[in-house]
Design a protein around this ligand. Structure first.
Ligand code: MF3
Ligand code: CO
Ligand code: CO
Length: 374
């Protein structure tokens, strides 16, 4: 997905950094305020405190803070007890064999220009078939990636290697590779990672959730799809998060047809997230897709007032990200990995769609999964 404010790599990175430090500061303040506010006894006590009791109160307060910090640490095992994510080691970057058609950024790592007003509409049968083929391959690669996960064994790098291999074996280029300098062939986003996680030596564990976001460039067309996989046994809350995200995507897909306002997609997703008491990330958005990886329209997943309606033949993605806690993010120093500012978990799923006379065709529908969203 695109960052809402993305124009060039430099701007996005600096904006993201500025935002993340502001959010980090706010989070720290928020945490303290909440802890004090939830201790009415302490607040009353402090008001009544006489000067002789100040030392004792200070000690009490310090103890209370420790308790609060411990409590927050314990909360980190809301789910499967896994410690917060940290960057791992990357395997060396790989190249695709000569003979595979590459997108324009493949060699120089540029982030292609993005003009929100340029949309992609497939009018020629050849383009329609090209999009169908790219979508189908993306879905098949994602199915393969899902099936290969062995909890406690598979690393995100293993997924990258397999996705890369299957993509090139099918004559396609893995679109993320070197897109704006992205170092790998697929995005793997675990647990509190909202999106754009970079495959590394992190092992996928029982009780984790992992979004795998596959995009392939086949014969000049991109097909883009992702889903969040529940690994082994996940908690009820996490299952509800993942299933609500899928339901939100399904519902948004169901309202799409020619003439429908693009903003209705966000309204639909936000309504379902609200019902489930989940947050909707607004920093990353869906997009037009086709011969270009990312184009207009900007498809926001939260309620919005954007102009624009869907047209027959238009190809685009919907890719909502829902959160258990805050929707704000922190960006890692790698400039890609976006994690929730509070460390609570988040899920995403994505399809590439083509507008038909009566609705949309899901170009990345999995032949192996039964529900449409996942
Ligand atoms: N597949 C992502 C999307 O849904 C984009 C990933 S770009 C990358 O739009 F550079 F991070 F790989
Ligand atoms: Co996308
Ligand atoms: Co994607």
């Amino acid at each position: 997905m695109m960052m809402t404010s993305a124009t060039s790599p430099t701007t996005t990175t600096s904006i993201a950094r500025a935002l993340s430090s502001r959010f980090a500061a706010r989070r720290a303040i928020g945490a303290t305020t909440t802890s004090i506010a939830t201790r009415p006894a302490l607040r009353c006590g402090r008001r009544r405190a006489s000067t002789t009791k100040i030392e004792a109160k200070k000690k009490g307060f310090a103890e209370f803070l420790n308790v609060a910090i411990d409590r927050e640490r314990n909360e980190k095992s809301w789910y499967n007890g896994r410690a917060p994510l940290k960057p791992g080691k990357y395997a060396p970057q790989v190249k695709v064999p000569a003979g595979i058609l590459k997108p324009p950024y493949a060699d120089d790592g540029h982030l292609p220009d993005y003009d929100d007003r340029v949309v992609q509409i497939q009018t020629e049968p050849e383009d329609v078939e090209g999009m169908r083929a790219a979508g189908r391959l993306a879905a098949e690669v994602l199915d393969m990636a899902e099936k290969m996960i062995v909890p406690g064994v598979t690393t995100t790098n293993d997924i990258d290697v397999a996705v890369h291999k299957m993509t090139i074996e099918n004559g396609a280029y893995p679109s993320p590779l070197n897109y704006g300098g992205f170092p790998k062939s697929v995005c793997t986003s675990l647990n509190e990672c909202i999106c754009h996680g970079i495959p590394d030596d992190t092992v996928i564990l029982d009780g984790d959730i992992i979004n795998i976001d596959v995009t392939v460039y086949l014969n000049g067309y991109h097909g883009d799809t992702s889903r969040t996989i529940m690994v082994g046994t996940v908690t009820d809350e996490v299952r509800r998060l993942v299933e609500t995200t899928e339901r939100a995507l399904d519902a948004a897909i169901a309202i799409c047809k020619p003439g429908v306002a693009v903003r209705k997609i966000g309204a639909t997703i936000h309504g379902i997230a609200d019902e489930g008491k989940f947050g909707v990330v607004d920093k990353f958005v869906g997009h037009g897709v086709g011969k270009q990886f990312h184009s207009g329209p900007t498809v926001r997943h939260h309620r919005n007032n954007d102009p624009g309606t869907l047209k027959v033949g238009q190809t685009f993605t919907i890719e909502p990200m829902l959160t258990i806690g805050t929707t704000r993010d922190k960006m890692w120093k790698d400039g890609w990995t976006s994690v929730t500012a509070d460390g609570k978990w988040t899920a995403q799923c994505e399809h590439t769609l083509m507008v038909t006379e009566t609705g949309v065709e899901i170009l990345t529908k999995s032949p192996y999964r039964s529900g449409s969203a996942a």
